[in-house]
Write a protein that binds this ligand. Structure first.
Ligand code: HPA
Length: 266
C-alpha cells in the first residue's frame, strides 16, 4: 500500500475527507467534482485495472459541496481475477489518505418484491457469500484488530443522514440487506429463492469486501444500491449487462442528487 500512497500524496493538493466509490453506470458523478485532479489507474503503481464495462478507471480528487472528496470511478472485482487484496486496495488507500467516511455505491439485482427497476436502496447489512474475506491471513495490526466487530458495518449515523436527506429532497430511498456473490454469472432463479429465504433483499458482486476492509480500519461506511434489474426468475426475462448499465444511467441524476445533498452532513 505504501507505494500507492507515496505516489498519490505526491500528486494531491488536499487530503480527501470523504471517498465515493462509483458502481456500474454511475460514472457521471465523477464529472461533478470541482477543481479536479484526475489520476488514471494506469498511472498508479500496482493499482488493479478495472476491466468491467461501465467502469472508467480513474481517481478524481477535488471538491463536492465544499467537502474534499476522492471519487473512485471504477473498482476491481473478484470475478475479474483480482486477488481479494487488490479488490480492497483502493478502499484502504483512500482511507489511509484521510477519507474516514466512505460512500460505496453499486448496481444490484432486486430480490425484495417491493423494489422495482431503478429503485435506490440504502444497504443496512450484508451477507458475505463470496467464499473469501479481505482480512484472511496474518492481521496487519496497523490497519485494525484481528477480529473486527461487524454489528455496525454500515454506520447507523450515516444511514440516518441518508434517510433524512432522502426525505428532505423528496427522493424515495428503500432499505435492505445486500448479498454479495463472486459472479460473474448472474444467479439462477433457485439461487435467488434461496437468497430471499436467508434474508437478502439485493444481490451483487461488489461492495462487501470494501465495507469489511474499511470497517476493519475504523472508517465510517454508508452504501447504496441501484436496483438495475429485478433478480433472476422474478420476471420472465434474461438479465443483460446492457440493462444494468442503462438503468444505472437512467437513475444516475437522482442518485447524484441524493449523495450531493447528504455530503454537508457526512
Ligand atoms: N445479480 C448480481 N449482480 C448484479 C445484478 C444481479 O442481478 N444486477 C447488477 N449487478
Amino acid at each position: 500500500m505504501k507505494e500507492q500512497i507515496d505516489y498519490l500524496e505526491s500528486r494531491l493538493k488536499a487530503r480527501p475527507e470523504i471517498a465515493i466509490v462509483l458502481g456500474s453506470g454511475l460514472g457521471p458523478m465523477a464529472d461533478e467534482v470541482s477543481d479536479p485532479t484526475v489520476i488514471p489507474y494506469e498511472d498508479i503503481p500496482g493499482w488493479p485495472h478495472s476491466t468491467a464495462v461501465g467502469h472508467a478507471g480513474k481517481l478524481i480528487f477535488g471538491q463536492l459541496e465544499g467537502r474534499n472528496v476522492v471519487v473512485m470511478s471504477g473498482r476491481a472485482h473478484l470475478y475479474e481475477g483480482h486477488s481479494i487484496d487488490k479488490v480492497v486496495l483502493g478502499a484502504r488507500v483512500m482511507a489511509r489518505l484521510g477519507a474516514s467516511k466512505v460512500i460505496l455505491t453499486n448496481a444490484a439485482g432486486g430480490i425484495n418484491l417491493s423494489y422495482n427497476r431503478g429503485a435506490l436502496v440504502l444497504i443496512t447489512d450484508h451477507l458475505n457469500l463470496q467464499g473469501t474475506n479481505p482480512l484472511l491471513g496474518p492481521n496487519d495490526d496497523s490497519l485494525g484488530p484481528r477480529f473486527p466487530d461487524m454489528t455496525f458495518c454500515y454506520s447507523p449515523r450515516l444511514r440516518q443522514v441518508a434517510l433524512d436527506t432522502a426525505q428532505r429532497i423528496g427522493s424515495t430511498l428503500h432499505q435492505g440487506v445486500y448479498a454479495c456473490l463472486s459472479g460473474p454469472t448472474y444467479e439462477t432463479p433457485a439461487e435467488i429463492r434461496y437468497l430471499r429465504i436467508i434474508g437478502a433483499d439485493l444481490v451483487g458482486m461488489s461492495t462487501v469486501p470494501e465495507a469489511i476492509a474499511l470497517n476493519h480500519m475504523g472508517a465510517e461506511v454508508v452504501a447504496f444500491s441501484c436496483v438495475t434489474n429485478m433478480a433472476a426468475g422474478i420476471t420472465n426475462e434474461k438479465i443483460h449487462h446492457g440493462e444494468v448499465l442503462e438503468t444505472g444511467r437512467d437513475v444516475s441524476a437522482q442518485f447524484i442528487n441524493l449523495i450531493r445533498a447528504m455530503l454537508p452532513s457526512v
